[in-house]
Design a protein around this ligand. Structure first.
Ligand SMILES: [Zn+2]
Ligand SMILES: [Zn+2]
Length: 320
């Protein structure tokens, strides 16, 4: 077994084996991205299928700073149930980019705005009756809440994602888990942070009971456990590549749009110059300019023949 595999095996043992398939506990993946996230190609139906296959009881939709994935995921879960597949509960959530790091807002009712301080965001989660879980804590690789702030705010936060199988979450998982056990005593959660449907359930939160309400109660009582295994390196590469390509595609399209606007302006100016040039040539030839663009009438008035309404001409007898 590789060193990395061994380390995860140990984490599994230390956290307890309640998450082993076949036990009576509920198993929820509390950190799942859908195609509503800017960096994620996973379609709701594929996510549901994979979650059902892995025997999960609930999945939290936690897209980056958006709740647009709730509807499609709930719809897909409903369809799966109609087809006679297992009942899977969808937890409405959001991975909020706070100023101090990512926060999983779970069981919320509406969208929570990003880029605010962690404490303000946690209060907003609670105001909506939700549960606030710090995602991939202490990770040096992705925007994550630091130790000092966790020391300070442990009383306000509900849970800590001690098991996040992504490279971002992998780095600091052991430290986070130990500090939580020693000092913070927050509900330990696991979530796959999957950006690809087939890795949903790679890490789970294990809780006594079966329903989403049981899960919420367990989170508030810090009676949960986390279990899982790291994402394979190739899955992480695909995830990073997809985030990169979607970001670069967005950047490229923004550049092209700006270029397009500039080109349109240039061609408009060139057209005006061209039409103006043609009019000037006709004037030099003693011809009346052809009808031109409606917004540039004024430049085609012949010198010495002011453009005046006919009634004005008749009143003055045509005298200029
Ligand atoms: Zn994150
Ligand atoms: Zn995430």
């Amino acid at each position: 077994m590789s060193g990395q595999g061994m380390a995860w095996q140990q984490v599994w043992v230390e956290l307890g084996a309640a998450g082993e398939p076949g036990t009576a506990c509920g198993r929820a993946d509390l950190h799942v991205h859908t195609s509503a996230s800017f960096d994620c190609p996973a379609r709701p139906a594929d996510i549901i299928w994979n979650a059902v296959q892995k025997g999960l009881t609930a999945v939290a939709v936690t897209d980056h700073d958006t709740v647009a994935g709730w509807g499609p995921m709930e719809e897909a879960a409903r369809k799966a149930e109609d087809l006679g597949l297992a009942h899977l509960e969808i937890i409405r959530g959001e991975e909020v980019s706070t100023r101090d790091g990512h926060l999983l807002a779970l069981f919320i009712e509406e969208w929570i705005a990003p880029h605010r301080p962690l404490l303000d965001t946690v209060r907003e989660v609670h105001a909506q009756g939700g549960v606030a879980v710090v995602a991939h804590p202490l990770s040096p690789l992705v925007s994550s809440v630091r130790r000092r702030l966790l020391d300070e705010l442990a009383g306000d936060i509900d849970g800590l994602e001690v098991l996040n199988p992504s490279w971002g979450g992998y780095a600091a998982r052991r430290t986070a888990w130990q500090l939580n056990r020693l000092y913070w005593h927050l509900a330990a959660t696991g979530g796959s942070d999957a950006h690809l449907a087939r890795y949903v359930g790679q890490a789970v939160t294990v809780y006594p009971g079966a329903t989403a309400l049981d899960l919420k109660a367990a989170l508030l009582e810090a009676a949960t456990e986390a279990a899982g295994a790291p994402h394979p390196w190739y899955a992480e590469l695909v995830t990073i590549g997809s985030a990169f390509s979607q970001k670069s595609a967005q950047r490229l399209s923004a550049i092209l749009r700006a270029q397009g606007r500039r080109a349109a302006r240039r061609s408009r100016r060139a057209w005006h110059r061209m039409v103006g040039g043609a009019a000037a040539w006709r004037l030099r030839q003693g011809q009346r300019p052809a009808a031109a663009a409606p917004d540039s009438d004024s430049q085609f008035i012949l010198p010495g023949r002011p453009h005046r309404p006919a009634e004005w001409e008749s009143r003055t007898g045509g005298v200029s």
